[in-house]
Design a protein around this ligand. Structure first.
Ligand code: NAD
Length: 264
């Protein structure tokens, strides 16, 4: 099938480089005909995001730091000048102080707790407050979460709480926006080596553990997350909202270590 996203305009937030989950999603949507805009955090990322946007035919690349409401407003104002409607939005953003993504959750500081919740949870709501006005014909919004929201994962700490709150916000947002035919979903992605993930303690061990113990006996790729995201962002999923869709090689169903897995 081709052209599934033909005629749709989408904003991709959270692209840092070609390893980003946002890049897998952007490529999958562009391959199906979507017209894309991108936001980037800070000038340092502009030089990476600009050329990637070009590769998928986009020259609409806007700065946005989601920790700053004025920056989100400015981004949506600039987007609204070019586009009168928006069909979908991808929020692939999360952040916590890396010194607290190791050791005990118990030692989390208040400052980092609040900052993590702001950037990784509230920002999705803040973005949708602005996007709602542009989604005049309905729309689809997607965020990215992780299994550490449901179960304790080593070193994930405050980010686990943030993802749990993000998943709950998906449900509340789905209810609030459903009347306007705006759907809100999340993908719970398996572990993937990205810039953000490499800040998590023992990340390589976690990656290997997932590879050895997931039902599919492997990890997942940004392309696979991209394909599933494209489904949730497209008209293939018009009755799907408020859901957390696992794209994790099945890891979320595992109760204990695979007996054939090598010792680690
Ligand atoms: P990434 O480092 O490529 O992307 C994270 C993005 O967040 C970056 O583009 C960064 O600029 C952006 N960001 C951080 N703070 C920001 C701010 N204040 N304003 C605007 N943007 C900001 O890493 P990724 O793994 O692709 O992460 C994307 C999402 O996927 C995150 O929510 C992450 O938690 C989630 N996720 C990742 C994995 C994994 O294993 N990589 C698994 C499940 C979920």
């Amino acid at each position: 099938m081709t052209g599934i996203m033909q005629g749709k305009r989408g904003l991709i937030m959270g692209l840092a480089n070609d390893k980003s989950i946002a890049w897998g999603i952007a490529q999958a949507c562009a391959a199906q005909g979507a017209e894309l805009a991108f936001s980037y955090q800070g000038d340092a990322l502009k030089k990476r995001v600009g050329p990637l946007a070009e590769k998928v035919g986009s020259d609409l690349v806007l700065p946005c730091d989601v920790g700053d409401g004025a920056s989100i407003d400015a981004m949506f104002d600039a987007l609204g000048e070019r586009w009168d409607t928006l069909d979908f939005i991808v929020h692939a953003i999360g952040f916590s102080d890396k010194s607290e993504l190791r050791g005990r959750y118990l030692d989390t500081s208040l400052d980092n707790f609040l900052m993590t919740m702001n950037i990784s949870v509230y920002s999705f709501t803040a973005v949708l407050q602005r996007a709602e006005k542009l989604m005049k014909n309905g729309g689809s919004a997607l965020t990215l979460t992780y299994y550490g929201a449901e179960k304790v994962m080593p070193h994930y700490n405050v980010m686990g709480l943030a993802k749990a709150a993000l998943e709950s916000s998906v449900q509340y947002l789905a209810e609030d926006l459903g009347k306007d035919n705006i759907r809100v979903n999340a993908i719970s992605a398996g572990t993937i080596k990205t810039l953000a993930a490499s800040g998590i303690g023992d990340f390589r061990y976690i990656l290997k553990w997932n590879e050895n113990n997931s039902p599919l006996r492997r990890t997942v790729t940004i392309d696979e997350v991209g394909q599933s995201a494209m489904y949730l962002l497209s008209d293939l999923s018009t009755a799907v909202t408020g859901t957390i869709h696992h794209v994790d090689a099945g890891y979320h169903v595992v109760g204990m270590k695979n007996p054939d897995a090598p010792d680690m």
